[in-house]
Write a protein that binds this ligand. Structure first.
Ligand SMILES: *[C@@H]1O[C@H](CO)[C@@H](O)[C@H](O)[C@H]1NC(C)=O
Ligand SMILES: *[C@@H]1O[C@H](CO)[C@@H](O)[C@H](O)[C@H]1NC(C)=O
Ligand SMILES: *[C@@H]1O[C@H](CO)[C@@H](O)[C@H](O)[C@H]1NC(C)=O
Length: 317
């Protein structure tokens, strides 16, 4: 009798600890860091930046060197998966689109830099399909695109260009990781302010769904800031450009929500920033994990030519 009554609690403890270990294993997904990188040709390779302004040239190199440093941090985190948000991908009018081919490939050609630079990457089409399905069930405006073949099965690579290629070019050992691309919809051009609540919500839901993938994940936002810094630039000059970029810096160095969704939002329609919607989505994502758990850091925020560029990291405490 004595031996049986001893065994019951032991058995009970064993069952509890198996269940507990299983639940730990089930929640082992982790977002190990988030980053903002530019995608301008000047950041990619400042040696092609055609300027006689030495200050601007120095700023281009500062951005480039900061982006290289961030690329090394990303590699040192050894992620399984990089979730990359691009504002210059293949875009739907309405929906955020994930790329569903098993591979992606493309070139960095853009302002001040015309190849040859080609980048090939393994896309995580399985995780991307999971995200499309689960986010869709939760009512988010997302879908997926497969190029030249079925989702997860196309032999051809999904076409990439500077919005994806330049940020990824800074990441060392990219061949050890997979990438999931989320392409911002083109309504962002006119409606980014109206999109703020949706972007915050999408970021939060994305955070939770990423954890369920049970991978080590880095979130990377491909973003440039205001495009109206120079009266001779393609978008002219606006007094909104400088305060917009400063508000983004304030947000990225403090995670002050008002700086992004109130101050920067006031200026974005005249600042013309391709990166804004990605930054707001990232804020929603980080907020879901509690903003206190992130260490924000800005490495540089400059506009050596007509558009602003910022390099920032948000590591976990
Ligand atoms: C560089 O800029 C100068 C002055 O604007 C221009 O004359 C020249 O053609 C440019 N060079 C290249 C390679 O674009
Ligand atoms: C944005 O607004 C401009 C001006 O009204 C319009 O020409 C353009 O088609 C709009 N773009 C999108 C993607 O809705
Ligand atoms: C040179 O570039 C810097 C940084 O972009 C800018 O503030 C300055 O006005 C430029 N100088 C001239 C003469 O254009």
């Amino acid at each position: 009798m004595a031996s049986i009554s001893l065994q019951v609690p032991v058995l009970f403890y064993a069952l509890i600890s198996i269940a507990f270990n299983k639940s730990l294993a089930m929640s082992s997904g982790e977002i190990v860091g988030a980053f903002v990188l530019p995608h301008g040709g000047i950041a990619f390779d400042p040696s092609h930046f055609n300027t006689s302004n030495q200050t601007a040239r120095q700023e281009a190199w500062l951005i480039h060197d900061a982006a290289q440093a961030v690329g090394e941090i990303i590699s040192s985190l050894k992620p399984d998966l990089i979730l990359l948000s691009t504002p210059h991908g293949i875009a739907d009018l309405e929906k955020f689109q994930f790329y569903l081919n098993p591979k992606g490939r493309g070139s960095a050609d853009t302002d001040n830099y015309v190849g040859p630079y080609r980048l090939a990457v393994d896309l995580d089409s399985i995780s991307s399909q999971d995200l499309v399905r689960e986010l869709g069930k939760l009512g988010e405006h997302v879908s997926g695109l497969s190029a030249f073949g079925p989702p997860g099965g196309a032999a051809d690579p999904f076409p990439l260009r500077w919005g994806e290629v330049i940020p990824l070019s800074f990441v060392r050992s990219l061949e050890t990781m997979k990438v999931a691309v989320i392409s911002q919809p083109s309504r962002r051009y006119n409606d980014s302010v109206q999109m703020i609540p949706e972007l915050l919500h999408l970021g939060a839901v994305l955070h939770d769904q990423l954890l369920l993938l049970q991978k080590r994940i880095v979130v990377l936002i491909s973003a440039d800031l205001a495009h109206t810094h120079d009266k001779n630039g393609p978008y002219g000059y606006s007094t909104a450009a400088e305060p917009f970029d400063q508000a983004c810096s304030l947000w990225a160095s403090t995670l002050d929500e008002a700086a992004l969704v109130s101050t920067a939002a006031q200026y974005v329609n005249k600042a013309l920033s391709c990166g804004y919607t990605g930054l707001v989505m990232l804020h929603g994502l980080m907020k879901e994990a509690s903003l206190d758990n992130w260490m924000p850091k800005v490495y540089g925020n400059y506009h050596p030519s007509y558009y602003g560029m910022m390099v920032a990291s948000f590591l976990r405490k």
